[in-house]
Design a protein around this ligand. Structure first.
Ligand code: UD1
Ligand code: CA
Length: 460
């Protein structure tokens, strides 16, 4: 957007969160709260974006490392929102257009709303400052919008400074402003902390603009939830549920079946193909992508993974940082720890744990196994109870199982070890040496059958 710079306020501690983590880093649908306003600004192609940090500044900057070209300004002491903007204004001296000011704790704001505000702001009369208001059933805690008898905005009064009649006003300031840069730079240092909280209040700019003869439009937003500020964990939970609803709605409208949207948890940024069916209590996190026509059964958790088409993840399976091919079946109760590549048509069955392993096309590990640091070729059969003994107490070692090998049940593969193509490992074998292709390996104590032993023992 042309001639638009931005300030994001993110220095506050968030006392009401009662947390050791800075408020703006609390997660909503998989991302820090602050990620959302910044995302909106980046989406609108705002020029310079100045982020004011204070509490936990280092952690806040780190959390935003995925965004390019942000300017961070440190507000060492949090003397109020007006003071935060004073700190940021130093970085905008050369700016001539408008400045949008967002709060790090108003994460549900959408680009459409910001665009609407800009339109109002740049309307016929040209305003020094414009802001978004909302009408709330319970306005407590918010700054109230004061209007004169003609309905013109005259100022914003903070909750703690309200007179009894003002406290009854239920039109509130949403904390989203569009300000003309020269008005901002001329007036920001004139804000005084003479108020109940002895803070520099940014909304004082509204009164100052009116006093200077300016017209201040308020865009009254009808969906109050979009402009809600997150100040405590009750509001955090509400924001999470609204964000979740948005994600699920978009997915459903794009062709994904969500059986119970009230009990499905998908992060912003996950991508899912059409005709995929998602049962309740599924968590899909991080940058996960799931292809078309998959089934994700109840209780599955999938994180930072890529799943191709026609794959079924059965109940209560956990998949982390893994790539899964097409026509695969995982679970129920499978655990895929980070670093796996599971080939097309593979089967990873119940109580199978896989870590840092490659499983080839059509290979099967259907029951009760541990496959760690292994490389498994195509069409390999891994019998129940197979364990790769990858750790010798000091180092991890690799197991290689080549194409078409058959690993009998209850096998231990003591790594580093290799089983060649088409080889057979008899059930119950402890494999410690490489097995050449087409061979059989078996370690088994001689089986002794003592007839009648039990009868004699019990002495009936
Ligand atoms: C603010 C507004 C209020 C509005 C409400 C909407 C003021 C004085 N009041 O109140 O009119 O109804 O938002 O949600 O602005 N921050 C800093 N530095 C500071 C103080 C705050 O960066 O010194 C940041 C906070 O991290 C937060 C944002 O500014 O992201 C808003 O501050 P907060 O203390 O939550 O203001 P409210 O009391 O909610
Ligand atoms: Ca707030």
């Amino acid at each position: 957007m042309k001639n638009l710079a931005a300030i994001v306020l993110a220095a506050g501690k968030g006392t009401r969160m009662k947390s050791r983590i800075p408020k703006v880093l609390h997660p909503i649908a998989g991302h820090a709260m602050l990620h959302y306003p910044i995302g909106v600004l980046k989406g609108l192609k705002a020029g310079k974006v100045v982020v004011v940090t204070g509490h936990g500044a280092e952690a806040v900057e780190k959390a935003l490392s995925g965004f390019k070209g942000l300017t961070f300004v440190h507000q060492a002491e949090q003397k109020g929102t007006g003071h935060a903007v004073m700190c940021a204004a130093r970085e905008l001296k050369a700016h001539t257009g408008d400045v949008i000011i967002l709060s790090g704790d108003v994460p549900l704001i959408t680009p459409q709303t910001v665009k609407a505000l800009l339109k109002v702001h740049r309307g016929k009369r040209g305003a020094p400052i414009s802001f978004i208001s909302a009408v709330l059933g319970d306005p407590s805690g918010y700054g109230r919008v004061v209007r004169d008898p003609d309905g013109k905005v005259t100022g914003i009064v903070e909750d703690k400074d309200c007179t009894a009649p003002q406290r009854k006003i239920n039109e509130v300031n949403a904390g989203v402003y569009m300000v003309n840069a020269s008005f901002l730079l001329k007036n920001i240092n004139r804000i005084s902390p003479k108020n109940a909280q002895k803070e520099y209040y940014l909304p004082d700019l509204v009164r100052m603009a009116v006093e200077q003869g300016g017209h201040v439009p308020a865009l009254t937003h009808l969906d109050a939830s979009e402009v809600m500020g997150i100040n405590n964990r009750v509001e955090l939970a509400r924001a999470n549920s609204i964000m979740r609803e948005r994600v699920l709605r978009e997915l459903m409208l794009s062709g994904v079946t969500i059986v119970d949207p009230g009990a499905t948890y998908i992060d912003v940024g996950a991508r899912i193909g059409v005709d995929t069916l998602i049962y309740p209590n599924v968590h899909i996190n991080g940058g996960t992508t799931i292809g078309e026509n998959c089934v994700i059964e109840e209780g599955a958790r999938i994180e930072d993974s890529a799943i191709a088409v026609n794959t079924k993840v059965k109940s209560y399976s956990i998949i982390e940082s893994t790539s899964v091919g097409k026509d695969v079946t995982i679970g129920p109760f499978a655990r895929l720890r980070p670093g796996n590549v599971i080939g097309d048509r593979a089967r990873i069955g119940n109580f199978v744990e896989v870590k840092k392993s490659i499983v080839g096309t059509g290979s099967k590990a259907n029951h009760l196994s541990y496959l760690g640091d292994s490389e498994i070729g195509d069409n390999v059969n891994i019998g129940a109870g197979t364990i790769t003994c990858n750790y010798d107490g000091v180092k991890k070692h690799r197991t290689v199982i080549e194409d078409n090998a058959f690993i009998g049940s209850d096998t231990q593969l003591v790594a580093p070890v290799r089983v060649g193509k088409n080889a057979y490992v008899g059930s119950g074998t402890t494999v410690t040496k490489d097995v050449p292709s087409w061979s059989l390996v078996i370690t088994r104590a001689n089986e002794r059958v003592v007839e009648g032993w039990a009868k004699r023992k019990i002495k009936k």
